[in-house]
Design a protein around this ligand. Sequence first.
Ligand SMILES: [Zn+2]
Ligand SMILES: [Zn+2]
Length: 149
Amino acid sequence: MEREKQILANYIKEKGLRKTPERFAILEKIAEYKGHFTVDELFAYMHEKNFPVSRSTLYNAVELFLECNLIERHTFDSNVAYYERKFNKEPHNHQICTVCGKITKHRNRDLTRQIKHVGFRGFKVESYQLNLYGICKKCQREAQKNIEK
Ligand SMILES: [Zn+2]
Ligand SMILES: [Zn+2]
């Protein structure tokens, strides 16, 4: 967390931005947040944690963190942007439910290892993303219930 704060502080200084405490508080909350989040989810989370900020403050902070490479953005075939923290991130794939939109992490060491060893014709891979679209357990159960009715 300290390193992330340092990166943000340096960036703010470099760009001559105001060093507002909100930005650092938002960064802390992102580090606490489990999983992927939308700005709306983060907005609700900040309120829940008794640190209410306005939506525009949140949007600005998220843009700033993207510029500093502290978070990354995913769109997952919809127009809703999801974010996640970049630091201390374990490599994972995304499982996206096409019914309810729920995103879960999928980890598989063999798959990660295999991707590393696939030849890419001289292309140096720095990162990759694997997104799996399908139906989550809960939605499968719901569908099953409807059939049984
Ligand atoms: Zn992710
Ligand atoms: Zn679902």
